[in-house]
Design a protein around this ligand. Structure first.
Ligand SMILES: NC(=O)c1ccc[n+]([C@@H]2O[C@H](COP(=O)([O-])OP(=O)(O)OC[C@H]3O[C@@H](n4cnc5c(N)ncnc54)[C@H](OP(=O)(O)O)[C@@H]3O)[C@@H](O)[C@H]2O)c1
Length: 264
C-alpha cells in the first residue's frame, strides 16, 4: 500500500477502541502518523494505545461520546493545543440494532441515530477548523452496505446509515471549497465486536448464525488503499451483499425477493 502519512501527520479516529476503527488507527500509526483515539471505554482505548506504542507509534487517547457535542469540543481544543491540525478524520464510531421496525422502542431508535448520524454530524462540524489546517485533509465516514438498501431485520440501523450516506454525499460538494476530501465507506458484515455491542430487539443473532464476515484488518487496509487512490466511495462486501446491491439498482423485484430471504 502507498504510504500516505509521515511523522507530521495527525489522524483522528472515532470508535478507535475496537474493530475497524482500531485496525485503521493501528495501520495509520504504523505509517508514522500521530493517532488520536476516540471512544467511551478508557480501558479499551488504553489497550489499543499500548499496541500502537509497542509497534513504535505515537498514540494519544481521548475518552468521548460522539453523540455529545461537548465531549468532541473538548477533544478538539486538546488537538488544537497539542497538534494544531487534522490530516485524516475517520468516523468509525457506531452501534448496531437488530430487530423489526414494528418492535423497536423509540428510545432505542433515537440512540441509534444519536450515535450513528449525529455522532458524524457533530464530528465533522466540531473538527472542521482543524481539518482546514490539515495537509490534503480527508474525512472518511463509515456507513454500511445496508445504508445503500433498506435491510429487513435491521431497518432502523439501515436508516441511520442511509442518513450517513446522504450527509456524506452532500459534504463532498460542500467541503470542496476548503480542499477537504470526503470518502464514503460502505462495508458489509465484518467480524468485530459489532454483534456483541448491538442492541437486539426480540431476536438473538450471534456470529455462528451469521457465519462468514470479513476481517477488520482487511477492511481497514481496503479503506486506506481506497483513500490513497483518491476514491470517493468504497463498498466492500461479500458476494451475497454485492448481488443484492446490484439487483436493487437494476431489478427491484429480484432485490425484494433476495431481501425477503435474508429476513427469513
Ligand atoms: N461489523 C460490521 O458488520 C459492520 C458492517 C458495516 C458497517 N459497520 C460500521 O462500522 C463501524 C465500526 O464498527 P465495528 O464493526 O468496528 O464495531 P465495534 O467493534 O463494535 O466498534 C464500534 C466502535 O464504536 C465505538 N462507539 C460506539 N458508540 C460510541 C459513542 N457513543 N461514542 C464514541 N464511540 C462509540 C466503540 O467504542 P466504545 O465502546 O469505547 O465507545 C467502538 O470503538 C460502525 O459505524 C458500524 O456501524 C459495521
Amino acid at each position: 500500500m502507498k504510504k500516505i502519512f509521515d511523522k507530521d501527520s495527525v489522524v483522528v479516529v472515532t470508535g478507535a477502541s475496537s474493530g475497524m476503527g482500531e485496525e485503521i488507527a493501528l495501520a495509520c500509526a504504523r505509517q508514522g502518523a500521530t493517532v488520536v483515539l476516540i471512544g467511551r471505554n478508557p480501558q479499551h482505548l488504553d489497550y489499543v494505545a499500548r499496541k500502537i506504542v509497542a509497534s513504535g507509534g505515537r498514540p494519544v487517547f481521548s475518552v468521548a461520546d460522539v453523540s455529545k457535542r461537548s465531549d468532541l469540543e473538548s477533544v478538539a481544543s486538546r488537538i488544537a493545543t497539542e497538534h494544531k491540525k487534522i490530516d485524516l478524520l475517520v468516523n468509525a464510531a457506531g452501534v448496531g440494532l437488530l430487530g423489526k421496525i414494528e418492535d423497536t422502542p423509540e428510545q432505542d431508535a433515537r440512540r441509534i441515530f444519536d450515535v450513528n448520524y449525529f455522532g458524524i454530524l457533530n464530528s465533522v462540524q466540531v473538527f472542521l477548523p482543524l481539518l482546514q489546517k490539515g495537509k490534503n485533509a480527508t474525512v472518511v465516514n463509515i456507513a454500511s452496505v445496508v445504508g445503500k438498501v433498506g435491510w429487513p431485520g435491521m431497518g432502523v440501523y439501515a436508516a441511520s446509515k442511509a442518513a450517513v450516506c446522504s450527509l456524506t454525499d452532500a459534504l463532498r460538494i460542500e467541503f470542496k471549497k476548503y480542499g477537504i476530501r470526503i470518502v464514503l465507506v460502505c462495508p458489509g458484515y465484518t467480524k468485530t465486536n459489532f454483534l456483541k455491542n448491538c442492541i437486539q430487539i426480540n431476536t438473538h443473532k450471534d456470529e455462528k448464525l451469521l457465519g462468514g464476515g470479513m476481517l477488520p484488518f482487511d477492511v481497514a487496509i481496503a479503506i486506506l488503499k481506497g483513500v490513497s487512490r483518491g476514491k470517493k466511495e468504497i463498498i466492500i462486501g461479500n458476494v451475497k451483499e454485492k448481488i443484492i446491491l446490484t439487483a436493487y439498482h437494476y431489478c427491484r423485484p429480484v432485490a425484494d425477493f433476495l431481501l425477503q430471504k435474508v429476513a427469513g
